[in-house]
Write a protein that binds this ligand. Sequence first.
Ligand code: GUN
Length: 181
Amino acid sequence: MSSHHAALCLHPRPSELSLNAFIDHYGDIYEHSPWVAQAAWEAGLTSAHDAPDTLADLMGLQLQQARSGQQISVIQAHPDLAGKAALAGELTQDSTSEQAGAGLDQCSPEEFARFEALNASYKEKFGFPFVIAVKGLDRHAILQAFAERLDNDAATERRTAIEQIIRIARLRLRARAEQKA
Ligand code: GUN
């Protein structure tokens, strides 16, 4: 099993790439937000960043340090969970496999209706879509977290969404390193 390798490495190695090549390969780690990859490259990549978790830390830092308007744009770049774009097959490859991995493509009509109602309430309250790292969660756990997070205040929820997005990016980088190992 590849997970036994201590020093799992990304390919191509981020530290060996020009800015343009880095954006070509890693610009999609943050959903529709290649500026995060650009900021990480400009911060300076070393061979340490060829490891997925080290690159994830650096990319996450760029988002944490961004202005609140930029953070909100990244949240808004995410599709609804079990939403119409998912049903229509319009998601990015990563979003498609994440949502399917949590069984969201298998919702009953009642569950789709529940997601639709929660997605609408959440966006009405916060002005951006509900984002959660779904790996390891099933539909029940996602719906429970969804209902709980609707009770948060706006500042808490923006911080929570950013933390979840940084986790999604880390999981995407780990998955890519494991693919090529
Ligand atoms: N969590 C993991 N992937 C996604 C996604 O595509 N959209 C939302 N809202 N949350 C996610």
